[in-house]
Design a protein around this ligand. Structure first.
Ligand code: GLA
Length: 387
């Protein structure tokens, strides 16, 4: 969508062509490696995409907030309130949850018109929701002259998602879409929140995202179940070491798990988190040495661990990954994000990329009856004002 067209749609919706709205953008993200580690105080390695959510916003005199989106036919309007309540309309809850966080900090709202447009697929594990939250946060920060720093807005957006939307996510998504940098991935320690931008430029290979087009459905309860399984593991491991989270252990500790955790399910969950942290650290190291082959192997191991130990994959993701690995030029492939549906991410030699997509598409359709989508994303910058 070009800017002129988007602005035209804004005027068609809200009228008054004499006052221009302001344009903000926040990307979606893809996680290269480090899955289900963020809420365990571990390491992640995501990057921001050039796809994301655009927001045109304008102040109005009345005490009304008006929300609309180009993506589907679902408008919402409300008078200003002391605090807003969950509307039951999913996409509206993201901005409203963020607005509540600003109100809780004492900022005074005025009437506003919002028009959103997203070009990152919804519910595909590419953080379309964090993208809506962060674009709203950076816009309000400017419109309410709040002068909050980016990290504060990341925490507010995560809180909106946890408390208002009701999804108990970690901090990775909001952090990645806020702090993304063109051609870089973010090596983030989710405990200290210290991070490093690591160049991620593939010369002979392509980064390919494959969308299973399988909606993950009502799986938030499984996410919470995994979180409590990890808490349980921490509790049991207190007999070994006084740890606050699983990420305080390292790969050498994996062989003590059997002694302290008798339940094989809880043990597998802990093993995934600890081994995945080890893989992220190694992956960042090998990337810095241009060893993309090893990087790919670590991606493969990450998926195997998410399938066998953390059990968050499913037929569609596994079909893409294990069939994909058989194809020529594939260095590594794994699920990315939450799991159960959504997308995989693969590193494929450029010369084999086109064939990879056509062959995998045919195999996947035959095996699952679903048609996959492929994206060859560029890595872009984080949330910001555009004009
Ligand atoms: C979802 C959550 C993130 C993270 C991933 C799994 O995307 O929002 O916080 O836990 O799942 O790595």
């Amino acid at each position: 969508m070009d800017t002129i067209n988007f602005t035209e749609k804004f005027y068609e919706k809200y009228g008054n062509r004499s006052e221009k709205p302001v344009l903000f953008f926040s990307p979606g993200r893809v996680n290269l490696i480090g899955e289900h580690t963020d809420y365990n105080g571990g390491f992640v390695f995501p990057c921001a995409l050039i796809y994301g959510t655009y927001l045109l916003i304008r102040k109005i005199k009345s005490n009304t907030l008006k929300f609309s989106t180009i993506n589907f036919n679902e408008d919402y309007q409300t008078e200003l309130k002391e605090l807003f309540l969950n509307t039951g309309k999913k996409w509206i809850n993201y901005p409203l949850g963020v607005i509540n966080e600003f109100i809780k900090k004492g900022f005074k709202l005025s009437g506003l018109e919002f028009l959103y447009f997203g070009d990152v697929p919804n519910e595909a594990g590419l953080s379309s929701s964090a993208s809506i939250e962060m674009v709203t946060a950076v816009a309000l920060n400017e419109f309410l002259s709040a002068s909050l720093d980016m990290l504060e807005m990341v925490k507010m957006s995560q809180k909106a998602e946890n408390e208002f939307v009701g999804m108990n996510c970690g901090i990775m998504d909001q952090f990645a879409v806020a702090f993304g940098k063109k051609d870089h991935a973010i090596f983030l320690n989710c405990d200290s929140l210290l991070y490093e931008n690591v160049p991620f430029i593939l010369t002979d290979c392509s980064l390919i995202i494959t969308n299973t087009n399988k909606r993950r459905g009502l799986t938030d309860s499984i996410y919470n179940e995994r979180r409590s399984e990890c808490d349980k593991a921490v509790e049991l491991l207190q007999a070994y070491k006084p740890i606050r989270n699983l990420s305080e252990l390292n790969t050498e500790d994996i062989n003590i798990l059997e002694k302290y955790i008798k339940d094989p399910i809880i043990r597998k969950r802990a093993k995934h988190v600890i081994s995945e942290n080890g893989r992220v650290i190694e992956a960042v190291g090998v990337l810095k040495n241009d060893n993309i082959i090893r990087f790919g192997q670590l991606m493969n191991q990450s998926h195997d661990s998410l399938k066998d130990d953390y059990e968050v994959t499913g037929t569609e993701l596994d079909t893409l990954v294990y069939e994909g690995r058989k194809l020529p030029g594939v260095l590594g492939t794994r699920m990315t994000g939450f799991g159960f549906g959504g997308c995989t991410i693969s590193i494929v030699r450029k010369a084999d990329s086109a064939k990879f997509m056509t062959s995998l598409s045919a195999i996947y359709q035959k095996k699952t009856g679903l048609v996959p989508d492929f994206y060859q994303p560029e890595i872009g910058d984080g949330a910001r004002r555009i004009i």
